[in-house]
Design a protein around this ligand. Structure first.
Ligand code: UD1
Length: 417
């Protein structure tokens, strides 16, 4: 079990390049199952969640090779239509393989997906949409047995909530369905646009990605394509928080300001000076941060739930009161009690967390229990007095590519043991 040992109170300074987006790479890897011919996926982050998706493709009979951050994927003759339980449990995103396998093979057998325990994370929206499109889905003994006796058919599909995963699953399935699929109340996250860009390069006809209504005209087949994964807006937000709590000065190359529309104003409210550059974002943090106020997590373009934990660490050392209202997941304050071990003053009740900023946090032994909570503990440790020993590093590795090296290069005292 590895641990991160972090000695805090070092100002971060310098430049870092933002990694490729995990939440974009995962659905793109699943979508590549629809294609014949070679795919080259550039800027694909080296993360355990990404490796889990590659292993699913390999299990299905596809060729997947990695050279640094480039994946070569060829899915000419997949020969399986099931995903074993141990592969499904490795990542929540494995559920987007349902639409892909069903569309390509006509049948799919999957167990329920894993992922971080941040709420019940049902998949009812995925299932009811695929049923609308003609899939017959039976749930037995923890497995989903699915087939599409007459193939998948395009339909008008209004979503009860703009679920990111369900929008991706439906988009992928609809590419090879007959007729036109219209997703109403679709998720508008930038990762949806990245997936649509990739699929359109493969020959799909997807219109309106990034808007509330997405229209997909089914096509007979898709070919492989070359695509560069977009920069990770949550990794960017995390690094900006690292810079902010240490009173640092950072330049994040590749950060896309328009993807950070709900994040950057909070940093400004906290007293940071931001500069928008042609190829990134610069941050200069004050000596003492101000509380950013009331923060509500919302579907994009609202404040991302994935940035809630990193900003809670920031709020913990910002002068004044910060309030988080978590509207997306019901159990997403797992990091709060660990931050309290470091001296933070946080009360949570249901979906609300109230943080009274303290002058200083203190290093402690803490344990991460989910990906973004792990990032929050790193941020807290960077500004805490003395040494923090962080367990649960495997969660961090689901979503952050060699974070300790990046932070070290910016001047942090951090090492993995
Ligand atoms: C994706 C992101 C995750 C992010 C989340 C919300 C990936 C790989 N992960 O997760 O990092 O935190 O979006 O921005 O892209 N829901 C249902 N039924 C469903 C599907 C979802 O009730 O069938 C609920 C969920 O329980 C949750 C909410 O909808 O409360 C949002 O979930 P969703 O947008 O689907 O998130 P994911 O795609 O799992």
């Amino acid at each position: 079990m590895s641990k991160l040992i972090i000695t805090g109170r070092r100002k971060l300074r310098g430049e870092a390049v933002v990694q490729g987006a995990k939440n974009s790479a995962l659905p793109i890897i699943a979508a590549s199952l629809l294609t014949k011919g070679e795919n080259l996926i550039f800027n694909c982050p080296q993360l355990s969640d990404v490796e889990a998706s590659c292993d699913i493709l390999r299990y299905l009979g596809c060729r997947v090779e990695r050279i640094d951050r480039t994946l070569l994927i060829a899915c000419d003759a997949p020969d399986k239509n099931d995903i074993p339980d141990e592969l499904m449990r490795r990542t929540r995103s494995s559920i987007v393989f349902l639409g892909a396998i069903l569309a390509r093979m006509g049948r799919a057998r999957l167990s329920f997906p894993g992922g971080c325990e941040i709420g019940s994370r049902p998949i009812d929206i995925h299932l009811s949409a695929l049923r609308e499109m003609g899939a017959v889905i039976r749930e037995r003994h923890g497995y989903l047995n699915c087939h599409a006796p007459k193939g998948l058919r395009g339909r008008k599909i209004p979503l009860p909530f703009p679920s990111v995963g369900a929008t991706e699953d439906i988009m992928i399935a609809a590419c090879l369905a007959s007729g036109t699929t219209t997703i109403i109340n679709a998720a508008r996250e930038p990762e949806i646009c990245d997936l649509a860009d990739y699929l359109n390069k493969c020959g799909a006809h997807i219109y309106g990605a990034g808007e509330g209504t997405v229209v997909i005209d089914g096509v007979g087949s898709l070919r492989g394509a070359a695509h560069t994964v977009m920069p990770d807006r949550i990794a960017a937000a995390t690094l900006l928080c690292c810079g902010a709590v240490t009173g640092g000065e950072l330049l994040l190359r590749g950060a896309v300001p328009s993807h950070l529309g709900a994040v950057l104003p909070l940093l400004e409210k906290a007293g940071c000076e931001l500069s928008v550059l042609p190829d990134g974002v610069g941050l200069r943090a004050p000596e003492a941060l101000k509380a950013p106020g009331v923060v509500r997590t919302m579907p994009y373009p609202g404040f991302p739930t994935d940035a809630q934990a990193p900003f809670m660490a920031l709020g913990a050392v910002a002068r004044g009161t910060t309030v988080f209202i978590e509207n997306i997941f019901e159990n997403r304050f797992l990091h709060a009690s660990e931050l309290c071990r470091m001296g933070a003053c946080i009360r949570t009740e249901g979906r609300v967390a109230v943080i009274e900023g303290v002058e200083r946090l203190y290093g402690a032994k803490v344990e991460a229990r989910d990906l973004r909570g792990a990032a929050a503990l790193v941020i807290a440790a960077l500004c805490a007095e003395d040494e923090t020993r962080l367990g649960g590093v495997c969660y961090l590795e689901r979503g952050y590519e060699s974070l300790e090296q990046t932070l070290s290069s910016l001047g942090a005292d951090i090492r993995k043991i």
